[in-house]
Design a protein around this ligand. Structure first.
Ligand code: SF4
Length: 175
């Protein structure tokens, strides 16, 4: 990254719970330091709806519907570096618990036979929840549910300081 240039970062929550975004906010007062070197683009944190060409895309959540796939492909096309943040993005996480169930049967049980919403505005559910790496190339994986603020801080500062990020080295506990 050239000196003085801010890193342009976009984030998205697909089939996730926003816990990974909360972890990003848990960086707390260091966010001020970060914002001196980072410019936020499309993100639930900015509420910007349009995605520009970005240096970094942080993806929370796996893929549970057609809109998730569309957003993910757009992020891959516009972000130089794409990161799977958290268990849901990496392996489907909790939403993938539905993978052993039949989607049609679930929807019918919830809404009743003949009453399942079918508006063209609604994204079509996928039959299974997928990790994002099933659909696009992913440059880095940050494990955890969610990855801690320390993991995110270390990753972002490594990238900003021109070091190859070693995601979560020494910070991830597998217990
Ligand atoms: S990894 Fe955990 S915290 Fe992050 S979106 Fe999934 S369930 Fe939420």
């Amino acid at each position: 990254m050239s000196p003085g240039k801010k890193l342009k970062v976009a984030t998205a929550s697909l089939a996730g719970c926003f816990g990974c975004h909360m972890s990003l906010l848990d960086i707390d007062e260091r966010l001020f330091t970060l914002l001196e070197r980072v410019e936020l683009d499309r993100s639930p944190l900015t509420d910007l709806k349009v995605l520009s060409a970005c240096d970094l895309g942080l993806i929370e959540g796996g893929l549970c519907n057609a809109e998730n796939v569309e957003v993910l492909r757009l992020f891959r096309a516009r972000c130089k570096v794409l990161v799977a943040v958290g268990a849901c993005a990496i392996n489907g996480g909790l939403p993938a618990q539905r993978n052993h169930l039949d989607v049609r049967e679930c929807l019918t049980k919830v809404y009743g036979e003949g009453s399942v919403p079918n508006d063209p505005e609604l994204p079509l559910p996928l039959d299974q929840v997928h990790p994002i790496s099933d659909v696009v190339r992913v440059d880095y994986f940050l494990p955890g549910c969610p990855p801690s603020a320390e993991v995110l801080w270390q990753f972002l500062t490594d990238l900003l300081d021109g070091r190859t990020p070693k995601p979560g080295a020494g910070l991830i506990a597998y217990d």
